[in-house]
Write a protein that binds this ligand. Structure first.
Ligand code: SAM
Ligand code: DTB
Ligand code: SF4
Length: 331
């Protein structure tokens, strides 16, 4: 969806916007379900990159210890308990700039993915930059979806990250798509961006061909020791508005209400679900930041009468729309 159309949506009164997003949601997701996803940081801290929101960058002074890749047995235990707790997607994150084929650590990751993929959940990984070879190997090992966020608009990106470029992110997304993985691509609200930046971010995401299978909308968790530690909280109505716009712009995607739920009231979260969010990270820790507890989420979803989505580990990646040109920025 182009910027002008997104701007038109943005300028609507909130309830009118939500009426429209509800209609799109009901047409594409009639089941009143929410997907539960569990995140695990399999390699924490010590990252070479300077993403100014991130507690895992070695360039900031966040109190996060740098650890090596977790042992496979420990990861399997966490994956099994995520499945036992009702999660249908297991998402493993690593604080790396990227991975390279032929390295020991990449071989270890492939081995981990292939074992986790036998548990019957969707397997998502977020490992940073990928080339074509790495993407093909991950797909072959059993990855369902690759998470790689663009985080903000192309214009605002250099204010937030200087050690890699927006184009680097697009190249990785293209490699993952070409390898046949689904794409999970979203961003963060609260990085000092304008509403124009937010709409430009959604423009890029919605113009991917194929569109992403999931779009995480994170609200900044201000992490001590990072350059954005003192940022002000994102207004809940801005979050709701962006969820509604994302639902309309990427109708078939799971719109994941991601980081920041710990800072949002139950009423605020309910409004996000009403506006079109249908997936959450479930469990009291994200990668390093806090998240609501299992118990609180179970109570909230019960109060809202929402059902849990079934796993779909063999889901095919969204098909390319051949009537539409690929996004110019990803060719
Ligand atoms: N290193 C890989 C990368 O950058 O793609 C994977 C891990 S990285 C932590 C995954 C995503 O988490 C980031 O792209 C960003 O969108 C999100 N994230 C990281 N720190 C955050 C924070 N403090 N608040 C909200 N979202 C955050
Ligand atoms: C995404 O968009 N959000 C998740 C997941 N993809 C990997 C990560 C949120 C991280 C929040 C900050 C932290 O836990 O350190
Ligand atoms: Fe590293 Fe990813 Fe954090 Fe950036 S967001 S510092 S690449 S772990």
């Amino acid at each position: 969806m182009k910027y002008e159309q997104l701007l038109e949506l943005y300028n609507k009164p909130l309830f009118e916007l939500i009426e429209q997003s509800r209609a799109v949601h009901a047409e594409n997701w009639p089941e009143n379900e929410v997907q539960l996803c569990t995140l695990l940081s399999i390699k924490t801290g010590g990252c070479s990159e300077d993403c100014s929101y991130c507690a895992q960058s070695a360039r900031h002074s966040a109190p996060v210890k740098s650890e090596s890749l977790m042992e496979k047995d420990d990861i399997m235990e966490r994956a099994q308990s995520a499945r036992d707790n009702g999660s249908t997607r297991f998402c493993m994150g690593a604080a790396w700039r990227g991975v390279r084929a032929g390295t020991k650590r990449f071989d270890n990751v492939l081995d981990i993915v292939s074992s986790v993929s036998e548990l019957g959940m969707e397997v998502c990984v977020t490992l940073g930059e990928l080339g074509a070879e790495e993407a093909a190997a991950l797909k072959e090992a059993g990855v369902t979806a690759y998470n790689h966020n663009i985080d903000t608009s192309p214009e605002h990106y250099p204010e937030i990250v200087t050690t890699h470029t927006f184009q680097d992110r697009l190249n990785t997304i293209k490699h993952a798509q070409d390898a046949g993985m689904s794409i999970c691509c979203g961003g963060i609200l609260g990085l000092g961006e304008t509403y124009e930046d937010r709409l430009k971010m959604i423009e890029v995401i919605s113009e991917f061909n194929p569109q992403p299978e999931s779009v995480p909308i994170n609200s900044l968790m201000p992490m001590p020791g990072t350059p954005l530690a003192e940022s002000t909280k994102v207004d809940i109505f801005d979050v709701v508005r962006m969820i509604a716009i994302t639902r309309i712009a990427v109708p078939k995607a799971k719109v994941r209400l991601s980081a920041g739920r710990k800072l949002i009231s139950e009423e605020g979260q309910a409004l996000c679900f009403f506006a079109g969010a249908n997936s959450i990270f479930y469990g009291d820790k994200l990668l390093t930041a806090a998240n609501p507890s299992f118990q609180n989420d179970q109570v909230l979803l019960k109060k809202l009468g929402m059902n849990y989505q079934a796993p779909n580990p063999n889901m095919a990646a969204p098909a390319k729309d051949c009537t539409k040109e690929a996004s110019p920025c990803c060719n």
